[in-house]
Design a protein around this ligand. Structure first.
Ligand code: SF4
Ligand code: SF4
Length: 185
């Protein structure tokens, strides 16, 4: 008799469990789908969080200018030599010379993504992109020149304001004949 009771008890437990499982399945069946069709929809879907550090980039404005002044602070602060800068002296239109960035080389293969370079840049010229698709076939392809856009020409110096014409000098009065200090004898 006991075995019949156990049989129906376990049958009830099984049916309850089955209904619970079907409930979960039915709920997920009606939930909106979040599956991403990577890589087919890579242009439209944000895969990584905006703050994800994928690789170092120079910030460019709409005119293609970056703010790096080639001070070298990021290179000195990088703990493992990931950044290598070369600079050049250029002649400005006003005749002066200025040191400018020649090549900003970054080796993604040795970067630890500590962001020391970004946080210590006095010009706020650097940031990390969240473009995580960085797989390449050789290590040398991980070395990138970050200032890849052509340098815009230096603006011509502002013309000096025209000098106001000097007022005409008044004609000098004829000089009086010099008086002799020696009394005439
Ligand atoms: S990125 Fe910033 S810290 Fe690095 S050289 Fe340029 S201005 Fe200096
Ligand atoms: S994130 Fe760190 S390791 Fe990478 S380039 Fe910047 S300072 Fe160097």
């Amino acid at each position: 008799m006991g075995s019949v009771k156990d049989y129906f008890s376990s049958l009830g437990t099984g049916i309850t469990s089955l209904l619970k499982g079907m409930g979960v399945t039915g709920k997920e069946f009606l939930t909106p789908k979040v599956t991403e069709s990577y890589p087919d929809d890579r242009k439209t879907i944000q895969y990584a969080a905006p703050r994800f550090r994928a690789k170092l980039v120079l910030k460019y404005d709409a005119e293609g200018h970056h703010k790096c002044i080639a001070c070298g602070i990021c290179q000195r602060n990088c703990p493992n030599g990931t950044i290598s800068l070369t600079t050049k002296m250029v002649d400005l239109p006003d005749g002066k010379k200025k040191r400018k960035l020649d090549a900003y080389m970054y080796d993604l293969g040795s970067c630890t993504f500590c962001e020391l370079c970004v946080t210590t840049c006095p010009q706020n010229a650097l940031e990390f992109s969240n473009d995580f698709e960085q797989a390449v076939f050789t290590r040398s392809m991980l070395v990138e020149k970050l200032n890849y856009l052509p340098e815009p020409a230096e603006p011509a110096p502002a013309p000096k304001p025209a000098e106001a014409p000097k007022p005409a000098e008044a004609p000098k009065a004829p000089e009086a004949p010099a008086q002799s200090n020696v009394a005439e004898k």
